[in-house]
Design a protein. Structure first.
Length: 334
C-alpha cells in the first residue's frame, strides 16, 4: 500500500478536528478585530492572518472529507455580531494576535508530532511556517510600536559553575538562590498568557448575555488574577520586572460582538492550553516555591475547566470529537 494512501489514525483525525475548531474560533475574533482596527500596519497583519486560515480551513476540510469524516461545526459568522461598539484597542488586538500565534505554534508542532502520513506532515509543516512568519511579524510590529514586553535582563557571570549547595532548591526560607534563567522562560510566558486570559475574561464578562456565562467569566478573571499575583510575587522578590497588564486596553462597551458560545469556549481553550505551559514550568522548576506555585495553579485550572465543561454541555455548545467505536453497542444491535 502506498504510504501516502494510508488511512489516517485516530490521533491524526483528532489533530485535524482540533485544528479546525480552534482555528475557526480564533478566525471569528480576528475578523472582528480587523473590522475595528485603525492602525494600517496592524490591520494588514490581521488581513494576512485571516487569509492564511481561509486556506488552512479548506485544506483541513479536504483531509477530513476524504477520510469520510464530517467537517466540524466549529465557529462561523453566526458567532460574530457586526456593527457593535469597539471592545479592544488596536494595541491589544496586536498582542492578542501575538499570543494566539504562540498557541498556534505549539498546536501545529503537536499535530506534526502525531502525524505519520507524508501529506499530513507536509500540511503541518506549512502551518508551522505560516505561524513562524506571523510570529516574526507580530514581534517586529510590537517592537516598532514600543509595546513588546521583553523578559528580564541578566548580567553575565565570569565563569560557568556547577550546583554545589542543596539550598539551590530552597525558595521559601531565604537561604536559596535567585531565579535561574531557565525558570524565567516559563514564568514569563505563563504570566503573559495569564494576563491575556484575565483581560479577555474581563472584556467578555462585560458583554456576555447569559447570567451563568457572566458568572463563569468573572470567576475566571479572579482565577487568572490570582495566578498572575503568585508568579509576579516570585519575580518581584528577586527584584525582577513583570509584564504589564492590559485591562486598560478594554473599553467600557457592553455590546457583545461575539456569541456567548464563542466567548465561553475561548476562555476554556486558554485555560486548557495553559496547562501545557504550567506543566512545562513545573518540569523546569528547581525551587520548592515554584513547584508549589505551579502545582496549585494546575489544580485551580482543573477546577475551572471542570466548571467550563459542565456549562458548555448544559448549553449544548460543546461539539463532540470523533469517538472510538463502541463494540458492545455494535454487538447488541444484532
Amino acid at each position: 500500500m502506498d504510504k501516502d494512501q494510508l488511512k489516517l489514525t485516530s490521533s491524526e483525525i483528532g489533530s485535524l478536528w482540533g485544528e479546525y475548531v480552534n482555528g475557526t474560533m480564533a478566525d471569528v475574533v480576528n475578523k472582528y478585530m480587523f473590522s475595528i482596527i485603525e492602525d494600517e500596519q496592524i490591520k494588514a497583519a490581521f488581513a494576512e492572518a485571516i487569509g492564511i486560515f481561509k486556506r488552512q480551513k479548506e485544506q483541513i476540510s479536504s483531509f477530513l472529507e476524504n477520510e469520510g469524516f464530517p467537517v466540524p461545526i466549529g465557529f462561523s459568522e453566526s458567532d460574530l455580531f457586526k456593527g457593535k461598539q469597539r471592545l479592544f484597542s488596536d494595541i491589544f488586538c496586536l498582542n492578542y494576535l501575538h499570543i494566539m500565534t504562540l498557541h498556534g505554534l505549539l498546536g501545529h508542532s503537536t499535530s506534526l508530532g502525531v502525524s505519520v502520513r507524508k501529506d499530513l506532515r507536509f500540511l503541518y509543516d506549512s502551518f508551522n511556517n505560516d505561524a513562524k512568519n506571523m510570529y516574526h511579524q507580530t514581534v517586529d510590529l510590537l517592537l516598532e510600536k514600543g509595546n513588546f514586553q521583553r523578559d528580564p535582563l541578566f548580567y553575565p557571570a565570569e565563569n560557568p559553575e556547577y550546583i554545589s549547595n542543596k539550598d539551590f532548591t530552597d525558595g521559601f526560607f531565604g537561604k536559596g538562590r535567585k531565579l535561574a534563567a531557565t525558570e524565567i522562560i516559563s514564568i514569563s510566558l505563563n504570566l503573559k498568557k495569564s494576563i491575556m486570559a484575565k483581560t479577555l475574561s474581563i472584556a467578555f464578562s462585560q458583554v456576555a448575555q447569559e447570567k451563568e456565562v457572566r458568572k463563569f467569566l468573572t470567576d475566571s478573571e479572579k482565577t487568572a488574577d490570582g495566578q498572575i499575583k503568585t508568579l509576579a510575587k516570585i519575580m518581584q522578590a528577586d527584584n525582577l520586572p513583570v509584564p504589564k497588564s492590559w485591562e486598560t486596553e478594554v473599553t467600557t462597551s457592553t455590546e457583545s460582538p461575539f456569541s456567548d458560545k464563542l466567548m465561553l469556549y475561548h476562555i476554556g481553550f486558554l485555560f486548557q492550553a495553559a496547562q501545557n505551559y504550567h506543566g512545562a514550568g513545573l518540569a523546569s522548576a528547581m525551587r520548592t516555591d515554584l513547584v508549589t506555585a505551579y502545582e496549585g495553579t494546575i489544580l485551580k485550572n482543573l477546577m475551572v475547566t471542570k466548571k467550563w465543561f459542565n456549562l458548555m454541555v448544559k448549553n449544548k455548545w460543546l461539539e463532540q470529537p470523533p469517538l472510538a467505536p463502541n463494540r458492545n453497542e455494535i454487538a447488541s444491535q444484532k
